[in-house]
Design a protein around this ligand. Structure first.
Ligand SMILES: Nc1ncnc2c1ncn2[C@@H]1O[C@H](COP(=O)(O)OP(=O)(O)O)[C@@H](O)[C@H]1O
Ligand SMILES: [Mg+2]
Length: 223
């Protein structure tokens, strides 16, 4: 069952007098529960594609359906609400709030999603990522790998249908990168959430079930 369908999607950015074609003619179907990476050189359109699927941006041409809903037919407010409820984000640079503890960082995600803050649920999310003994620490007191695990707990606490991770291992050494990927793979198997990565890291490419290669904004192959 497809959770996301892209049909002839294009994204163009104005740049001075010219246009940058970040994506062109991308058609793709993603099934619920997939563990998939978009790979390709820098500038090939990976982030642009993840931002479109994550409802952070809208395509210039073509259409995107998420969970059977046509994104172009949703208002800004509907898109925001849909994103808060259904999509979790993990970023390259973790993007934790420095003055908050690990468990408070996770709580923020629940509040943004409109859910009641639920301490037990946030603590369980941290236990699930192996940080049960680090809940009161601030990001600066944790290693990069631990910070990224807090970010994963934050993405997963609201039980999103889709987790989007843009180069999640780019700021991790290979040991932490492997741990973080193995953790996400386990969460994918346990919770059934769909995971979409962008990467050129072999650690990620080795662990995903499907890779879609991009070049110059187009899909050049899928394996
Ligand atoms: N906001 C923007 N304004 C102008 N050009 C952009 C913008 N975002 C991305 N681009 C351009 O779109 C292309 C694809 O970028 P991006 O999706 O970030 O690729 P990747 O994530 O694979 O490195 C690049 O040529 C990039 O310079
Ligand atoms: Mg990118």
């Amino acid at each position: 069952m497809a959770i996301c369908t892209l049909t002839d999607v294009g994204k163009t950015y104005p740049l001075g007098d010219t246009m940058v074609h970040a994506l062109q003619g991308v058609s793709l179907s993603i099934d619920e529960g997939e563990f998939l990476a978009f790979s390709g050189p820098s500038g090939s359109g990976k982030t642009t594609l993840l931002n479109l699927v994550g409802c952070l941006d809208t395509p210039t041409t073509g259409s995107i359906q998420l969970d059977g809903r046509e994104l172009a037919k949703m208002s800004r407010a509907e898109l925001g609400a849909f994103r808060a409820k259904n999509i979790g984000f993990v970023f390259q640079s973790f993007n934790l709030i420095p003055v908050l503890s690990a468990v408070e960082n996770v709580e923020v995600a629940l509040r943004l999603g409109g859910a009641e803050p639920d301490q037990a649920r946030c603590e369980q999310a941290l236990v699930d990522v192996g940080l049960g003994d680090q809940m009161m620490k601030r990001p600066s007191q944790m290693s990069g790998g631990q910070q990224q695990r807090v970010a994963i707990a934050r993405a997963l606490v609201k039980s999103p249908r889709i987790v989007i991770a843009d180069e999640p291992t780019a700021n991790l050494d290979s040991k932490n990168g492997e741990q973080v990927l193995d953790l996400m793979r386990r969460l994918n198997e346990d919770h059934g959430a769909t995971f979409l990565f962008s990467t050129h890291d072999p650690i990620v490419m080795d662990r995903v079930r499907r890779t879609v290669h991009l070049r110059d904004g187009r899909v050049i192959s899928q394996a």
